[in-house]
Ligand binder design. Structure first.
Ligand SMILES: Nc1ncnc2c1ncn2[C@@H]1O[C@H](COP(=O)(O)OP(=O)(O)OP(=O)(O)O)[C@@H](O)[C@H]1O
Ligand SMILES: Cc1cn([C@H]2C[C@H](O)[C@@H](COP(=O)(O)O)O2)c(=O)[nH]c1=O
Length: 208
């Protein structure tokens, strides 16, 4: 299969409560309406083993390097079992989070050494980066208000204090500055309808 027949890899990123999940379904619908075969997935998770690791990652206290290693372990399984086979058969993959989240949460939020992150990223997927990453950006205070309105239990990351989430946001934006060809920053502090208008144009561009 030549490169033009390979599927495209799209990821969604942003701090907790940014509104990613609400828009992923809409974007998947846009792509399928164009006749594309689309696989929707998430991280950590995406495979039976990855979903088991997700439960540990979201609820078990652990060393920051353990957290980073487990995120990449789940990712290695995800790539081997789902993402790479889908792309190879020409399907498009839309993934709720990928390695940018490790850079932002474990790097920016927890302080993981950047060289260790880079070594893991190169080892696990040095050959593959998303074709497009949609970074949903907004103030933590707005995102926190959305999460609070959901009236549900919080996972380990959502329980972190405001300064953690501000570091995560800053690290995401730093990543976007370093990879402008891949990362598109979406102003997530808009109505869902206005966000969808912006997404429609971005998706039209990658499909052209
Ligand atoms: N543009 C928006 N304006 C106001 N509220 C929104 C908007 N988008 C989503 N929400 C609400 O905010 C909450 C979080 O949305 P969502 O689950 O899509 O966020 P998320 O980015 O997936 O968060 P997480 O990564 O923590 O799952 C939901 O209750 C959702 O209804
Ligand atoms: C992939 C990935 C995720 N995380 C964090 C970010 C979120 O707080 C959770 C995932 O939960 P979601 O609300 O379903 O998105 O995990 C992380 O810290 N590092 C990563 O690499």
């Amino acid at each position: 299969m030549n490169a033009s027949q390979r599927g495209r890899f799209i990821t969604f990123e942003g701090i907790d409560g940014a509104g990613k999940s609400s828009q992923i379904e809409y974007v998947v619908g846009l792509l399928r309406a164009r006749g594309l075969h689309v696989v929707a997935t998430r991280e950590p998770g995406g495979t039976p083993l990855g979903e088991k690791l997700r439960e540990l990652l979201l609820h078990e206290p652990m060393h920051l390097e353990t957290e980073a290693l487990l995120m990449f372990a789940a990712r290695r399984e995800h790539l081997a079992q789902l993402i790479e086979p889908a792309l190879a058969r020409g399907d498009w993959v839309v993934c709720d989070r990928f390695s940018d989240a490790t850079w932002a949460y474990q790097g920016g939020g927890r302080g993981l050494d950047r060289d260790k992150f880079a070594q893991l990223e190169q080892w696990v997927h040095g050959h593959l980066q998303p074709d497009l990453t949609l970074l949903f950006d907004l103030p933590h205070s707005v995102a926190q208000g959305r999460i609070a309105a959901q009236a549900r239990g919080l996972d380990r990351f959502e329980q972190e204090r405001a300064d953690f989430h501000e570091r995560v946001r800053d690290a995401y934006l730093e990543r976007a500055v370093a990879a402008p060809q891949r990362m598109h920053v979406v102003d997530a502090n808009q109505t869902p309808a206005d966000i969808r208008k912006e997404l429609e144009q971005t998706i039209a561009n990658i499909c052209s």
